[in-house]
Design a protein around this ligand. Structure first.
Ligand code: ASP
Length: 341
């Protein structure tokens, strides 16, 4: 479904922003206004979301599109490909100056990083979401959407990669993580902090992301994704999951290790055997902040492992999917991807 705002906004020459809706709690509906946990995500259409935001017309000319209507816990690789394609097509148009994507909070950080590496445009590309359904008292969606459109319409967001506008903060797609199951301030960029803020029509960046992204990243979403799974190391972990996945033909593992990506001895042995059979193995950490350092000849190199640096296991999986899809098969090429992006 496509909708557009009034011709008066067009007449004022305002930035032209495409709002691509995918569902999530921001489009959620509950039986009563006091209910912020028991609701159905992704049921309210994009036109209704926009109608709940007074003043949008004064910021931008909106072109609205419903790309999907899902709870983002159900995000699929196929929908990632559709969304990345749609964002690229829309941003390639001379008629559009920036994109806002409304999304569920559950997998927002994964989609954001995927787009950060696969959108081939310097125009602003902003994701936003909400922790409370649209029907809730003090719903946070309308203000988040207003701020996302404000950011997308701002010159300052150009060339900054994919950004997340949430609760007045601007986060880099690579760094941002959902850190609360219920709080309205649910997103942080652990260790590093937000890039800046957006409030009352004002946008301020306090720093820039340093790693290459968007037009400087060589990746693209594909119709033929490899199979990459995440396994976790914990007390008493068995080899069963790794062995079953290797038997099923998995292409890569990200291991959410303890501490600095350390792995229980039995699990490590099964992963080293998988690596010897050509399965990519990337060590990340389940800790939630910090980084996993490459530990050199005696360990990673001998075992055939790659280290994820500061990427969370979920984002390391996104990069491993893209790197394998781009044909990076040997360990050096994969480590180079993790050291670069
Ligand atoms: N389950 C919802 C989703 O990710 C949660 C949210 O949006 O806050 O779609």
């Amino acid at each position: 479904m496509n909708t557009s705002t009034s011709s008066s906004a067009a007449a004022r020459g305002l930035p032209r922003i495409a709002v691509l809706a995918t569902g999530g709690t921001i489009a959620g509906s509950a039986a009563d206004a006091a209910n912020t946990a028991g609701y159905q995500a992704g049921v309210i259409g994009v036109a209704q979301l926009l109608a709940a935001v007074p003043g949008l017309d004064a910021i931008a000319q909106i072109h609205a599109e419903q790309v999907a209507s899902i709870d983002s816990k159900d995000m699929s690789l196929a929908l990632w490909t559709t969304l990345a394609q749609r964002v690229n097509d829309v941003l390639a148009s001379d008629e559009i100056d920036g994109v806002v994507i409304t999304h569920g909070t559950d997998t927002l950080e994964e989609t954001a990083y995927l787009l950060h590496l696969t959108v081939k445009s310097a125009k602003p590309c902003i994701l936003t979401a909400a922790m409370r359904p649209a029907t809730a008292l003090s719903a946070d969606g309308p203000l988040n959407l207003l701020n996302a459109v404000t950011l997308a319409a701002s010159e300052a967001a150009t060339g900054q990669g994919v950004l997340v506008a949430f609760n007045n903060r601007i986060h880099c797609a690579r760094d941002v993580a959902k850190i609360s199951t219920y709080a309205v301030d649910a997103f942080q960029s652990p260790e590093i902090g937000a890039l800046g803020w957006v409030q009352d029509g004002r946008v301020e960046f306090q720093r820039r992301a340093l790693r290459p992204h968007t037009v400087d990243a060589p990746f693209s979403a594909t119709a033929q994704w490899p199979q990459v799974e995440i396994v976790t190391s914990y007390a008493g972990v068995s080899r069963a999951a790794v062995e079953a996945l290797v038997a099923a033909g998995v292409d890569g593992f990200v291991v959410a290790g303890t501490g600095n990506g350390s792995i229980h001895a039995g699990l490590q042995q099964s992963l080293a055997e998988a690596a010897a059979r050509g399965v990519a193995v990337v060590r990340a950490s389940r800790v939630g902040s910090g980084h996993v350092m490459h530990n050199g000849a005696a360990k990673d190199d001998a075992l055939g492992f790659v280290s994820a640096g500061s990427l969370s296991p979920y984002k390391a999986r996104v990069l491993l999917l893209l790197a394998l899809a781009a044909g990076a098969v040997d360990k050096e090429a994969l480590q180079n991807a993790f050291d670069t992006y």
